[in-house]
Unconditional design. Structure first.
Length: 215
């Protein structure tokens, strides 16, 4: 990609105000153009098929499915598309999972506008974008696999179930929100309790609060 190439991006975020804010930030750049917007995961996947974009700004929390699920589907269908994950969550909560799932970078929504622009330009070139905070977290994890927290051993869906239970949602609530059966969510709950050596949801919630996995 040369200096005169225009980067076409797709923004996938369920908050209209956030999308408007991102567009405002990018309005002053000559080399970045917002080509399409999506407010849920399904629309984001469809637009990726129809639009010729180089970069996708993807919120990790969408109403119909998790951003990581969307990321995996998009990367499967369009491996050349650079996906930059956006989130209000700290880097140590979802960044590593996002990168392992194929994201080109992870950016906290509280980052400065200049950092967003630089991140888009960097991933559009086929490079990875890692913020200073994420770089520190990656460095911390090197050589610590044996001592890593139990929640890092969970699958993406199990981890999502953990955070939702810790936020006070019932199995039925989670099933409805994720469009899964109650039986499936119950299986995720059972598996994550077993992996983390916890007895019930109360202990799970205590663990999540202790490790700052929920706000």
């Amino acid at each position: 990609m040369n200096q005169n190439t225009v980067i076409h991006i797709l923004i996938a975020d369920d908050h209209a105000i956030v999308r408007a804010g991102l567009k405002q930030i990018l309005a002053d750049t000559k080399d970045i153009v917002v080509a399409a917007e999506a407010e849920n995961g399904l629309d984001a996947i469809k637009l990726c098929r129809d639009q010729d974009c180089q970069v996708m700004l993807l919120d990790i929390s969408l109403p119909d499915r998790s951003g990581i699920e969307v990321l995996k589907q998009v990367r499967k269908e369009n491996p050349k598309l650079a996906v930059l994950m956006l989130s209000m969550h700290r880097e140590d909560q979802y960044a590593i999972r996002s990168l392992k799932a194929g994201a080109a970078g992870y950016l906290n929504k509280q980052s400065a506008p200049k950092e967003l622009v630089n991140a888009i330009r960097q991933v559009a070139k086929g490079q990875m974008y890692v913020s200073p905070a994420l770089a520190q977290e990656l460095a911390r994890q090197i050589g610590e696999d044996q001592d890593r927290p139990l929640h890092e051993t969970l699958s993406d869906r199990e981890y999502q179930t953990l955070t939702m239970i810790a936020s006070g949602k019932s199995v039925t609530d989670i099933a409805n929100e994720l469009m899964l059966s109650v039986k499936t969510v119950s299986e995720y709950r059972s598996r994550l309790l077993a992996k983390m050596k916890l007895k019930n949801s109360a202990e799970l919630t205590h663990y999540a609060i202790k490790h700052q996995l929920v706000e």
